[in-house]
Write a protein that binds this ligand. Sequence first.
Ligand SMILES: Nc1ncnc2c1ncn2[C@@H]1O[C@H](COP(=O)(O)OP(=O)(O)O)[C@@H](O)[C@H]1O
Ligand SMILES: [Mg+2]
Length: 246
Amino acid sequence: MTADAIETSGVGVRYGDVVALEDVSLRIPFGTVTALVGMNGSGKSTLFKALTGMVRPAGGRVLLDGTPPSEARRRRLIGYVPQSEAVDWAFPVSVRDVVMMGRYGHLGFTRRPRREDREIVDRALERVELSDLADRQIGRLSGGQRKRVFVARGIAQDARILLLDEPFAGVDKKSEAMIIRLLRESAAEGRTVLVSSHDLHALPGLADAAVLLLRKVLFHGSVADALRPEQLARAFGLDILGREGS
Ligand SMILES: Nc1ncnc2c1ncn2[C@@H]1O[C@H](COP(=O)(O)OP(=O)(O)O)[C@@H](O)[C@H]1O
Ligand SMILES: [Mg+2]
């Protein structure tokens, strides 16, 4: 039996008194795009951090392709696109430097890029249409271009599991369409994509399945079912059914 791309069972995460995640159990196969949907503070970023091993669950278990996060990181399985707020955009690195970081695990102990690494990085930059900006400092990019740099890093890394935290927030339509296309292509190549998003309109063209999160998993199933008003009302705590006062 082959392992799922992502498997969590009973994962709970706390920050002091705050329970950010509770009893999160998910199984996500390879070759799919899954949208992670939930309001601010629902635990989306925390789930990504639990998957990458950046936060340690208080309970439960995380497996990526059957191995724990530390081993998955060592095997370069995970490509992670952090939420923009988590990145120091003043850091003096170029677009090309960031994408080359995707190759570090593949470099020998001298950590000197070989011709092959440079070619892979050049191709990744072409795919996100940033070749012209390769030498620019990462802070001097638009929101959409910044996201595309990190997507290119995941492509250069050849990661089998791509985790993207709000890649469409503050992003122009062209970048959004490009990122969606690259994620769909990645899934078609057998990778797995977990992507958090507020943009419900984009979900049908983006994802095969959706997870609605509100500290717990409220729903995991088809995008069409996730978008039903009664499901969204639970996830966002809105009374979009207009039943207040009844
Ligand atoms: N480093 C932290 N310290 C304390 N509380 C945190 C920290 N990070 C997140 N939280 C809290 O955990 C909950 C989930 O946050 P987060 O995972 O960032 O949600 P989302 O990404 O869905 O907005 C929120 O209540 C948030 O305030
Ligand atoms: Mg977040």
